[in-house]
Design a protein around this ligand. Structure first.
Ligand code: AMP
Length: 206
């Protein structure tokens, strides 16, 4: 199964991808996680990408397309993929058609007013990639799943979040119509408890 999770930042794509990828036995490929690893490792690509990420802008299409092309050529993608955060532009979507076109696109819909709170309160685990809201954590510094240190992403600050939402509406939301036109889009309500969102996604995939 070749699957894309589409949705604004904070929609819960990463959280849902963890559960769905293991059920479908396909790798969870998060371009945001790949870029953050490149930034941490100070690779030339990471250093170039950092200024776009810190500003809440998209990293240029050609960089992302090559990164995803390489990742999808790896052996674990023979069973398919679950892409989280890619494509984010029509140009990326067109390129993906020529690499390995998706079977289905799940659009996780959440109203903007919910997203600001979700993102400012978001803490992420650098080890298991778990994502948590501070209101649900006994200790905002420790991952409740694996015990690793939780961090507040540099781009989860109010000014950058507003910019990321603007970029989402201008550059990524057009993909909803793009995949609708191909008959591949399934929209689920992301404005409810994570277990309910997961159930809607699994029902949409049946
Ligand atoms: P995410 O973790 O998916 O929210 O991505 C974090 C940041 O990485 C984004 O705000 C972009 O700067 C960059 N990024 C991730 N995926 C893409 C993509 N497909 N195209 C361009 N930039 C991306």
């Amino acid at each position: 199964m070749k699957l894309i999770f589409l949705g604004p930042p904070g929609a819960g794509k990463g959280t849902q991808a963890l559960g769905v990828s293991s059920r479908l036995n396909v790798p969870h490929i998060s371009t945001g996680n790949m870029l953050r690893a490149a930034v941490r490792n100070e690779t030339p690509m990471g250093l170039a990408a950092k200024k776009f990420m810190d500003a809440g802008q998209l990293v240029p299409d050609e960089v992302l397309i090559e990164m995803v092309r390489e990742r999808l050529s790896m052996a674990d993608c023979r069973t398919g993929y679950l892409l989280d955060g890619f494509p984010r532009t029509v140009e990326q979507a067109e390129a993906l058609e020529g690499i390995a076109a998706p079977d289905c696109v799940i659009n996780i819909a959440v109203p903007d007013e919910q997203l600001l709170d979700r993102l400012t309160g978001r803490r992420v685990c650098g080890k298991c990639s778990g994502t948590f809201h501070i209101s649900k954590l006994a200790d905002a510094r420790v991952c409740p799943v694996c015990g690793w240190t939780l961090t507040h992403r540099d781009d989860d600050q109010p000014v950058t979040i507003r910019q990321r939402l603007k970029v989402y509406h201008e550059q990524t939301a057009p993909l909803i119509g793009y995949y609708e036109g191909k008959g591949k889009l399934r929209t689920v309500d992301g404005d409810c408890a994570p277990e309910e969102v997961l159930a809607s996604i699994l029902a949409a995939l049946e």
